[in-house]
Design a protein around this ligand. Structure first.
Ligand SMILES: C[S@@+](CC[C@H](N)C(=O)[O-])C[C@H]1O[C@@H](n2cnc3c(N)ncnc32)[C@H](O)[C@@H]1O
Length: 224
């Protein structure tokens, strides 16, 4: 994990300066999410990076709690929020594992994150625990077909050396099954095209217990 934190700290400046890869898809994901928000909602974003999405959502809800394990990524978000006078986003340096489950949120976001979390099953369990009944879980996840073969080779070589993050190669169907297996109802499933991340909006039913985790889906860790 220390390697991963170092990696994201190291690239934070470049990440903050780089444009969104697919602006139209990003806008649609924001709109689909915001269409479900209520003005009094409290949102948790895990792995918020430089905070662009947290800040984009800030005007649509009461509060956004934006978390990431890279202090340098968060610094960019803090600076931008201050520059733009956004006061209802808090930035908190925490890994997914460090986030407690004592508070539940109206919406929980994991965007471009799940494929980077080695214990992604525990992360999904946490997303379930953190979403209040009736609330939504929103994810955007790189899947196996989103990564060109040459990038896969580079990732495979770079991850053991601590130069690049470990990436789980998800199958889109298997991932949707895993989300549903927690008890979420899938409201939106969208892949803007081959090679694009899988976007899912899932709702925790207003009542009802969690289901058992899916048994069949076995995404592979490309770096192991
Ligand atoms: C690809 S960036 C995505 C950032 C942002 N969600 C976005 O869509 O632009 C992944 C982010 O997740 C963070 N991250 C990776 N693994 C994490 C973990 N286990 N806990 C918390 N943050 C993590 C990284 O520091 C980085 O900021």
């Amino acid at each position: 994990m220390a390697d991963a934190v170092r990696f994201w700290n190291r690239i934070s400046k470049r990440y903050a300066a780089s444009p969104v890869a697919d602006e139209a898809a990003y806008r649609r994901k924001l709109a689909e999410t915001q269409a479900r928000f209520q003005p009094d909602w409290t949102v948790l974003e895990m792995g918020c990076g430089t905070g662009n999405t947290a800040i984009a959502h800030a005007g649509h809800v009461a509060q956004v709690h934006a978390t990431d394990f890279s202090e340098k990524m968060l610094d960019h978000g803090r600076e931008r929020a201050a520059r733009e006078g956004v006061t209802n986003v808090t930035f908190d340096c925490k890994s997914v594992a460090e986030i407690g489950t004592d508070i539940q949120y109206d919406a929980v976001l994991m965007l471009s994150l799940l494929h980077l979390v080695p214990d992604w099953r525990a992360a999904l369990d946490k997303a379930w625990a953190l979403t209040r009944p009736g609330g939504i879980f929103v994810s955007s996840t790189v899947c196996a077909d989103s990564v060109p073969w040459i990038a896969r080779v580079v990732l495979r070589l770079g991850a053991p050396l601590g130069l690049l993050p470990r990436v789980t190669a998800f199958d889109a169907d298997a991932l949707v099954n895993e989300i549903a297996a927690r008890g979420f109802e899938i409201e939106e499933r969208w892949k803007p095209g081959k090679g694009k991340a899988l976007f899912v909006i899932a709702r925790r039913p207003a009542s009802g217990a969690a289901k058992k985790a899916a048994s069949g889906a076995k995404p592979r860790d490309r770096s192991s």
